[in-house]
Design a protein around this ligand. Structure first.
Ligand code: FES
Length: 147
């Protein structure tokens, strides 16, 4: 029997689904939330200039407990939004499709800015799962921080 991890299956699904190719993973600017508790602004994620109005980027980094997490950062005319990229249904990593975040596991859809649920797993109503978890996001001196 083949032993393929869930993450490996997801990576394959993302690689072959054209819509998911729009998602950009910024691994060069990896962050760690381990220092967010002690740093007044939080953890440095990227330069402010990296995310223009209307743009969403997904960053990979470490949680405070050292686990890998993805953070989705979107800039709108209303400001910056930072979300935990783990789907609130069963924790799969969401991917960017246009202005929405789609979970490849059971197709839940979230708004990329607020994390609000558009539809739940397999077409279930929006109120069937929680919105994506938000991070506090701050800009200072041309840099973006999350906490
Ligand atoms: S884990 Fe995301 S929809 Fe099920």
């Amino acid at each position: 029997m083949l032993n393929i991890s869930r993450r490996r299956i997801l990576q394959s699904a993302i690689a072959i689904t054209p819509g998911f190719l729009l998602a950009k993973m910024n691994t060069a600017q990896a962050f760690s939330l381990k220092d967010a508790a002690t740093a007044s602004l939080g953890s440095l994620v990227d330069k402010s200039s990296a995310i223009k109005v209307g743009k969403t980027l997904i960053y990979s980094g470490q949680s405070a407990s050292g686990q890998q997490i993805e953070v989705v950062i979107t800039r709108t005319k209303k400001g910056l939004f930072a979300l935990n990229g783990a789907c609130t249904h069963q924790g799969c990593g969401v991917a960017l499709q246009g202005t929405q975040l789609v979970c490849p596991c059971h197709r839940s859809v979230f708004k990329a800015d607020t994390g609000a649920v558009v539809n739940g797993p397999n077409g279930a109503p929006a109120n069937s799962i929680a919105p994506l978890v938000k991070f506090k996001v701050t800009e200072s001196k041309g840099n973006i921080y999350i906490k």
